[in-house]
Design a protein around this ligand. Structure first.
Ligand code: GLA
Length: 333
């Protein structure tokens, strides 16, 4: 049955393009609706899965998703121009810099496009969240607290003394969701008796593995006398990068507990390694739901004039080597 509907949808795409000569900026009534999906890091497993889920949803509902990677502000604006030229009706965006908020809004208005944000909420010139652009994000502080709880529990389980343990906190204070996540983890660790003086900051330049690795290396080297390390940051890529840095410095995996956030491809690969690494776990969130819901919100907005909820947050679940397959299944990732 499904296959039949898909074939019908394809037939109408072909029909439309044969019947009407291409004209930039115009969309024909019988052409499928086009919606853009713009992400800051198209190579990151989290975003690959979001875009895939959005594309799948669009296929099932006979519209088209145009996936674009937007690693900087210029690319964001040219992507919106590009969508405008193709007659797209709207887009979902996770911007490379949340301060691009007003620029994105102005450019979308030029083409009369509706848009929503996913993951990273845009801010105004004063740094305040732009509350009237519909956003689907994470319960960042709570998810950070969950990462902190997982670390505290695993420290206890391994019998590590807090005074002999260092915490590597990989930070990005430019991005509000990132700050909330590491603040949440910090709060839980301190509440559990972790000494404030043993928390070492490693500011990251980019929110990927490389960013985590580069941030972590000098801090780990500087505190070579630390017996055990716990590592947390805004996402699992960051934490994985830091775990790779511990390996390079020959710190034994048994002396490292890294807990990330996301629950995507890189974490799955890590859990499948024969010998456990210093990457203990991650707080998994459904990138599938984020991709599907955000594109669905734009689609319903442009086709039925249904305004999406202005703010929604996803919760997280601890995923480790022991339960990752089940959690992955439950979250449909
Ligand atoms: C940010 C991070 C991603 C992912 C999302 C989830 O955009 O860069 O890795 O954690 O948040 O909302």
């Amino acid at each position: 049955m499904m296959g039949f509907f898909k074939k019908l949808a394809c037939a109408s795409v072909v029909g439309a393009s044969l019947a009407a000569p291409f004209a930039a900026g115009t969309a024909h009534a019988d052409e499928p609706i086009k919606i853009g999906y713009l992400v800051k890091m198209p190579e990151q497993a989290w975003f690959i899965n979001e875009q895939r889920a959005a594309t799948d949803y669009a296929k099932q509902n006979h519209f088209t998703v145009i996936n674009i990677g937007v690693p900087d502000g210029e690319k964001v604006l040219s992507a919106i121009d590009n969508l405008g030229a193709q007659g797209a009706k709207g887009f979902v965006i996770c911007a490379p810099d949340v301060r691009l908020g007003q620029a994105i809004r102005a450019r979308a208005k030029r083409y009369n496009m509706k848009f929503v944000t996913v993951d990273d909420q845009l801010v105004d010139s004063a740094g305040k969240p732009i509350a009237d652009i519909p956003h689907l994000g994470l319960s960042s502080f709570n998810i950070g607290m969950q990462a902190g709880e997982a670390i505290s529990a695993e420290m206890k389980h391994r019998g590590w003394k807090p005074e002999e343990t260092g915490a590597l906190r990989i930070t990005d204070y430019e991005l509000p969701t990132a700050k909330l996540r590491t603040d949440g983890a910090t709060k839980t660790l301190l509440a559990g008796g972790f000494p404030q003086a043993n928390i070492y900051d490693a500011p990251q330049k980019t929110t990927d593995d490389e960013g985590g690795f580069n941030a972590a290396s000098p801090v780990l080297s500087k505190h070579a006398n630390v017996k055990h390390w716990v590592i947390f940051g805004m996402n699992e890529e960051t934490v994985l990068g830091a775990v790779r840095a511990t390996e390079q410095l020959h710190i034994a995996p048994a002396d490292v507990v890294g807990v990330g956030i996301n629950g995507a491809g890189e974490a799955f690969a890590e859990f499948q390694k024969k010998t456990p690494t210093g990457f203990y776990g991650t707080i998994a969130v459904s990138s599938t739901t984020h991709g599907r819901e955000s594109v669905k919100n734009v689609y319903n907005w442009v086709t039925k004039n249904e305004m999406p909820p202005l703010y929604k947050e996803s919760t997280g679940t601890l995923m480790t080597r022991d339960n990752w397959q089940q959690v992955r299944k439950d979250l449909g990732i």
